[in-house]
Design a protein around this ligand. Structure first.
Ligand code: NI
Length: 139
């Protein structure tokens, strides 16, 4: 754990009031913790944008298994990308609909590309990608 330092911040009163309301709504105990989280969040976002560093994440897909050739297309793509897919969870939502959650790891631009391709498959009703850092460079 690195050393904790204190520093002063100059900020317009109105902006501080808005910030205080925001962090109260989010349930933060104090401004320091809120600020630390915001800084980390920006660092993670920048890490993704650079595109070369390894990230880990999930791709969530909802689809109807009855759509012609959909499952073959998804399975083929997952085999093609097997080095990036660590795990797959399949849940049968009802008679027709399926939820699939893939845990993925790789360079952020590759993960973005895989997510875009999966979500674009005909018959996928909804898709979301969530990326996070592997955590090594965050304090
Ligand atoms: Ni299913």
């Amino acid at each position: 754990m690195s050393e904790v330092v204190r520093f002063g911040v100059s900020i317009p009163q109105e902006l501080l009031n808005t910030f205080n309301r925001l962090i109260a709504r989010k349930g933060y105990a104090n401004r320091s913790e809120a600020l630390r989280d915001m800084i980390r969040s920006h660092l993670v976002a920048e890490e993704w944008e650079l595109g070369a560093r390894p990230v880990i994440g999930t791709i969530t897909l909802v689809y109807s298994h009855g759509t012609r050739e959909l499952e073959q297309a998804l399975t083929k793509m997952q085999h093609d990308w097997c080095r990036h897919i660590l795990s797959a969870l399949h849940i049968h939502l009802d008679k027709h609909n399926c939820l699939e959650v893939l845990v993925v790891k790789g360079k952020s631009r590759e993960i973005r590309s895989l997510a875009d391709r999966l979500i674009a498959v005909r018959g996928v009703k909804h898709g979301e990608m969530s990326m996070t850092t592997l955590g090594k460079d965050l304090v």
